[in-house]
Design a protein around this ligand. Sequence first.
Ligand code: C2E
Ligand code: MG
Ligand code: MG
Length: 600
Amino acid sequence: MVTDVATELMGVDATTAHATYVSVLRDLVNSFELDIAFLRHTDFEASTTVLTAEWPPRPDVADPDPLSVVAFAGAEPVFASTENLDDIRVIQAGDGIEEYRTLVESASGFVAETMAAVPLIDDGTTVGVLGFGNLSGREWTEDEFNALRAIAALMTQVHARVAAENRFRHAASHDELTGLFNRRALLQHLHARLDDPSSGPVAVLSLDLDQLKTMNDFLGHLAGDEYIVAIADVLRAEIESDAFIARLGGDEFVLVLRGPANAYTADLAAHAVLQAIWRLQMPGIDRHRRSRIGIAVAHPGQISAEAALRRADQAALIAKANGGRNIAQFTQAVQHQSELRSDVEVHLRSAIESDALVLHFQPELDLTTGRITAFEALVRWQHPIRGLLPPSAFIPVAEATNLAGEMGAWVLDRACRTLAEWQAAIPGLDLSMRVNVSPAQLVAPDFVRNVGAVLTRYRIAAASLCLEITEVAVVKDLERTRRTLLGLRRAGVHVAIDDFGTGYSSLSHLKELPVDALKIDRAFVTNLGTADHDDLAIIESIVGLATSFGLDVIAEGVETREAVDILLARGCTRAQGYLISRPVPAEDALELLRDVTIDI
Ligand code: C2E
Ligand code: MG
Ligand code: MG
């Protein structure tokens, strides 16, 4: 008998273990003339004993099955005694085991008169128990006990092997840090769903978090890991029953909704997830942080798992670049934008090198005199196929791909060279050149030196250069920004905060930062004179702020005569906008300069 069992158990692996256990139990029932046999294993983490296999199958199993998982703590004496059983124990009816009999009876209907419990002992630890029972009682011989001990030893070995295999399998399909599924498991799951024509549309949600890099940079990787684990817990609590959850590494999480989904249900799920993440509070997490979810609804048979995943990513990425809603569905427009984005990624560097970028210049006027006080250099890309691209089409990509530094250096060089050419053409020209600067440039260690080098190259006075930085850039890395700005101030270069009023926290930092001017974001200016009184209030407060800090203030986006009147009445005397002039090529800008003033 023992050799038979040994042979049967030899080739067992995790996938065949259960069937083999059942078959062994059946053979034991037959050859030992038993009525029931079962195998239980201990779950050490949960401190429970779990029914692994039994023979014969019970006809009417209660739901939930009271024999399936039994906690040792609080268990009646028979189950409790199996936790640390170290040798065979025979149990007879009448041994004070009424509780046990009632439990078993409630679970299946048949109750043994005699039971033999044989422990599975691995390296001194009881890892499970084999149980055998007879409905009408039975005597056991020592030989039989020895055989059962041998069989229990074999089963213990198999169990250890299967457990190791399961651990290995788990590691191969799960993320170590969070215990969520990994990329491999995700693709497998998606493949299965998308290959099955009877499965409805599959919603893939790609989650994009803002915070991880900051956490890692400022609080260390341990804090970053804690953040990731906390997010994983939030996702589990919020949506595990409805979604397959995977972490692909870093802060990339992907959810696949389990049921058939459409854009609407996916949007609802995404909304719930974002809400839950937003509620997460941890030391070091920014209250204003933003997370985004890109959604792709994929139809089985029409798209591969990889492509569905890519679409969800693209939707998230485009949502981020556009800075609009936090949830974005994959659409044709997203596809188009993504293609443009990859095209930009591939060709921008060569565009910079081959002078395919061009600068247009937009004048800034003193509204009281009509005199041009400055020009702002605005970059465009003369794309061979797509035509003249606005900065919004490629600057976000440049910033995301580390090309912002190179592009910015090119812009600064050309803007200064153009100013030098104008100064040569019009002697005594008193004019500032305004140049926009990307956040990445601002924190580069040699930025101030590079600016100085360009000024020297074209013999331009530092005070005729004004660099424009956005509020968002300032907020991103306040300390480094402050150092750079101090360097610029020492060099005599002017600095303006661009798009002022759209960020939220730099107001409080304003007094710490050495800046010279504020440019009121065009969102508050363009509609002046129409209904919106909030705009007016914001403009008044920005002008008031600038005055009290001794800063220049310039209105962007002036499109109407009414706006000019309102600005003048509020004490803002400098403006830029389509009413005065659109951004124009350098030659046209020079023509405007020769006229000295613009009449609006
Ligand atoms: P910005 O620095 O705030 O530039 C002003 C933008 O407003 C320009 O758009 C300009 O064409 C537009 N504009 C000017 N007057 C009006 C008006 O009356 N009405 C309306 N609706 N718009 C007006 P543009 O050229 O598309 O530039 C967009 C943004 O791209 C700029 O905003 C700036 O943040 C960025 N940018 C442009 N060139 C560069 C550059 O060389 N480097 C960097 N880092 N960013 C740049
Ligand atoms: Mg600007
Ligand atoms: Mg602006």
